[in-house]
Design a protein around this ligand. Sequence first.
Ligand SMILES: O=C(O)CCC(=O)C(=O)O
Ligand SMILES: [Fe+2]
Length: 221
Amino acid sequence: MNATDGALFPRPAALIAPGAMHLPEHLDPGAQHDLLAACREWARPPAGLRTVRMPDGSRMSVTQVCLGHHWFPYGYARTVVDGGGEPVKPFPPWLRDLARAAVATAYGRPCTESYDIALINFYGAGARMGLHRDSDEKSPAPVVSLSLGDTCVFRFGNTESRGRPWTDIELRSGDAFVFGGPSRFAYHGVPRTRPGTAPPHLGLNGRLNITLRVSGLPERP
Ligand SMILES: O=C(O)CCC(=O)C(=O)O
Ligand SMILES: [Fe+2]
């Protein structure tokens, strides 16, 4: 059951690995609505929601839209280089503030990092994401992950390999997960979502995950 659905105990913030903090219910229902409304706009063409093709020809089961810099396997560009070639949508300053606030809450210190990329992944029923590292950025700043809609199992591993040890946690609508410091380049993934678990007030079928990152790349002209 979701805490917003009346769970008996609130879920506490938890340190999952050094530098990796789970912040349950970081976004209140109003903030979740606002972020979802923005995601619906960003998903529209041009440079909207797309299927990502991997170098081996397979397709990712999530669909994705990027802000600030366009991610493709494996790098960043200013245009949809592996699609229609359109310029990537801008990264709005309020997302930078959202990222800084999550880092400040996670680590208990102010954050002034220059967040400039969002990757927005949509998980329909059956979508998943294999274990990987977020290693295409040129900055060690923490990654901030925000979840909306269906609950998922989030697997947070180690920096050495895709193997154990790892910790499986549930990410629910409104949760944040911040991974920086010694965990910035840890393997992580989403083995499964739980379809139908989104809070009814949100009106989303499926799961959205928004990761906010610092590219470390030169600013856009
Ligand atoms: O969906 C998630 O919670 C994780 C997404 C992720 O790891 C990524 O976009 O790199
Ligand atoms: Fe990732």
